[in-house]
Design a protein around this ligand. Structure first.
Ligand code: AMP
Length: 286
């Protein structure tokens, strides 16, 4: 596996591969990799000849009071996992390699979509995500890019950005990978104390409860949200940011579950903010 630290190194490797007629997949990450990330790499390896993984804690998607400094990092461990899963190149730039000191150009979706759900408490987050992903697309020039359903709003926003900006890149969504006890895997789970770790199970319990209700025919979004809220509020260490039923493409709230909907939650466990969701697709719950 090539370790690349500059845009030039990535471009050189990709140029060579494309000359050989090989297809290239991109998996953008912020590092501190776990099986959730690994599942994206596996999917990319199965669909592309060469796989580039970016490992970069992107400063522009963190708000001023968020965890940019404390975000966990372990590049050597990440490399070992990526080698094991067959990545061809890891791109691990310094922030200065990605952002000129006078960088002033951003990619931002100017609809309501990035203002919903996580956008309510993280107003600049998706502008940072779109900007860095757009840069990665321009650096790597992939045929396909892989994103987790874990960050469902991000996935929907990236799909919209790709359409709006005419990127010739197929976006592949990948299912949420969970711990054995149900908690969605996340680099931020490492922040949790032992007590918080067990408290965090209220998120997946609420998700499974909502999923069951939909499976059993409940279509009233208010009823689903109320039941999920009660489940989360039964946990004293939990503080709800949002529990929402939205349209799967626009992220706008819905009153009735009809299909192609997303049920998403964000909950603080102590100081750690965790997210989880499930998709409703017609009669099917994914
Ligand atoms: P992050 O490093 O947290 O920015 O995540 C990088 C990519 O991995 C994003 O597309 C995430 O949606 C995806 N991802 C993170 N956790 C999971 C998970 N538990 N299951 C599936 N994908 C995930």
């Amino acid at each position: 596996m090539i370790r690349a630290y500059t845009k030039a190194e990535v471009r050189e490797a990709v140029r060579q591969w494309k000359k050989e007629g090989l297809t290239v997949g991109l998996v953008p990450t912020m590092g501190y990799l776990h099986e959730g990330h690994a599942s994206l790499v596996d999917k990319a390896v199965s669909m592309c000849d060469r796989v580039v993984v970016s490992d970069f804690v992107n400063p522009t998607q963190f708000g001023p009071n968020e965890d940019l400094e404390s975000y966990p990092r372990d590049f050597e461990r990440d490399c070992a996992l990526l080698e094991e899963h067959g990545a061809s190149l890891v791109f691990h730039p310094e922030p200065a390699e990605m952002y000129d000191p006078d960088a002033a150009t951003f990619v931002e979706i100017l609809s309501e979509m990035p203002k919903q759900l996580c956008g309510k408490t993280r107003p600049i987050h998706f502008r940072g995500v779109c900007t860095v992903v757009s840069k990665l697309f321009n650096i790597v020039n992939p045929d396909k890019a892989f994103f987790g359903q874990k960050d469902a709003q991000q996935l929907a926003i990236i799909r919209k950005m790709v359409r709006d900006m005419c990127y010739d890149i197929e976006i592949v969504g990948c299912p949420i990978i969970r711990e054995d006890d149900g908690l969605a895997k996340s680099s931020r789970n490492t922040y949790l104390s032992e007590a918080e770790r067990s408290a965090a199970l209220c998120l997946s319990r609420a998700i499974f409860l909502g999923k069951d209700m939909v499976k059993n025919g409940e279509t009233d979004a208010a009823a689903i949200k109320a039941a999920m809220t009660r489940e989360i509020e039964s946990e004293p260490l939990a503080r709800i940011d949002y529990v929402e039923c939205v349209d799967g493409s626009t992220m706008m709230p819905v009153d009735t579950i009809t299909g192609h909907n997303l049920v998403a939650i964000a909950v603080y466990i102590g100081k750690t903010r965790l997210i989880d969701n499930f998709i409703v697709e017609g009669d099917l719950v994914q």
